[in-house]
Design a protein around this ligand. Structure first.
Ligand code: ATP
Length: 343
């Protein structure tokens, strides 16, 4: 469906997109994730035709889009500030693109009803946009973007301004709607939870380049680099040397999964790999702080003479702050990262 080949955009001497190669298959939901300034919006704008390329190509359905204007690319856009037309009612907003495409009135009305049903706002066509909640407005914006049946729908921080609970619910609904319609989606967000919940594939960007691309599970379980690991919120990353099945780290010996690359590396120890036990066993640490995260507790440990260590445990098993404990490492949740990545 969508192919980017060496897509490059420069602002002055800085490349906002640096020779990006990316493919999005028909019906695929791809979410581009990355810190502020990594080039996510520029990528979307380049695909939409809002931003000319300084190098490389964008192909849609096999056709090079050089010189093809925005409105002829057949892509739908839904941006963070969804900018509904305040003077039009809900139906008028959803029908906007259909009117532009010259769809006759009767057909428009049917399609608007169908779309409002789809986004969970049945019968809302006559409602004023100003009366709607943020989440409802977001649904109207989605219905409006879907109305002309774009071959590719692009979302920029689609749920950015909504509160967390609503976002979590809408993301599940969005995924279901896209699945049902078979929509191909390229979305951009800096919220990893949103990306992981929505996407079939996650693309992590850094400084205009693709740092990693894979299924949410792959990227989560095997971050390709220290940058990706830290971006995902993992703090336990240290220099290490792997020999056989053990990595020598500032925390002592940590078992690594069978088949891990040998030699000097950066090592990611997921909090779930750190078991907290009595101080007589394992690495002696003091419990610095606890953070309750729903079903588990994140425990920050301060080992003697070594970097801080994040662990996690069940709510019922959480130690007291200030307690002396022992940390023991399990191999399963340890990842040997590519060396020389900086990060
Ligand atoms: N019109 C522009 N003129 C000059 N520099 C720009 C322009 N648009 C973007 N940039 C720069 O290009 C880089 C990438 O910007 P972009 O908006 O694509 O990042 P982003 O990942 O979408 O960030 P955010 O999450 O903050 O929206 C940034 O360094 C930004 O300052």
């Amino acid at each position: 469906m969508l192919v980017l080949e060496g897509a490059t955009v420069r602002f002055g001497r800085r490349a906002a997109l640096d020779a990006v190669d990316l493919e999005v298959a028909d019906h695929e939901l791809v979410c581009v994730l990355g810190p502020s300034g990594s080039g996510k919006s520029t990528l979307l704008r380049a695909v939409a035709g809002l931003q000319p390329l300084d190098g490389g190509r964008v192909l849609l359905g096999g056709a090079d889009q050089a010189g093809v204007p925005v409105h002829r690319r057949g892509v739908g856009l839904m941006f963070q500030d969804h900018q509904l037309f305040p003077q039009r009612d809900v139906g008028g907003n959803v029908a906007f693109g259909l009117r532009m495409h010259g769809v006759p009135k009767g057909e428009r009305r049917l399609r608007v009803e169908e779309l409002l049903e789809l986004v969970g706002l049945p019968g809302a066509a006559r409602r004023a946009v100003g009366e709607l909640s943020g989440g409802e407005q977001q649904r109207v914006a989605l219905a409006r973007a879907l109305a002309p049946r774009p071959r590719l729908l692009m979302l920029d921080e689609p749920l950015g301004q909504l509160d967390r609970t609503l976002r979590e619910r809408l993301v599940v609904e969005l995924r279901a709607v896209f699945r049902r319609l078979g929509t191909t989606v390229l979305a951009v967000t800096h919220d990893q939870g949103e990306a992981f919940a929505l996407a079939d594939r996650v693309v992590v960007m850094r400084d205009g380049r693709v740092a990693q691309s894979g299924t949410p599970r792959d990227v989560w379980q095997r971050p390709a680099s220290e940058f990706v690991a830290r971006f995902l919120g993992f703090a336990n990353v240290v220099p290490a040397t792997v020999t056989g099945g053990t990595a020598a780290t500032p925390w002592g010996g940590v078992p690594v999964p069978a088949g891990s690359p040998q030699g000097a590396c950066r090592l990611l120890v997921r909090p779930s790999a750190v078991r907290i036990g009595p101080s007589c066993a394992g690495l002696p640490c003091v419990v610095e702080s606890l953070t309750f995260r729903g079903h588990h507790v994140a425990v920050r440990l301060r080992p003697h003479g070594a970097p801080p260590l994040e662990a996690e445990c069940g709510v019922g098993d959480a130690p007291e702050p200030g307690a002396e404990v022992g940390a023991v490492f399990a191999a399963g949740d340890v990842v040997v990262l590519r060396p020389g990545d900086g990060g």
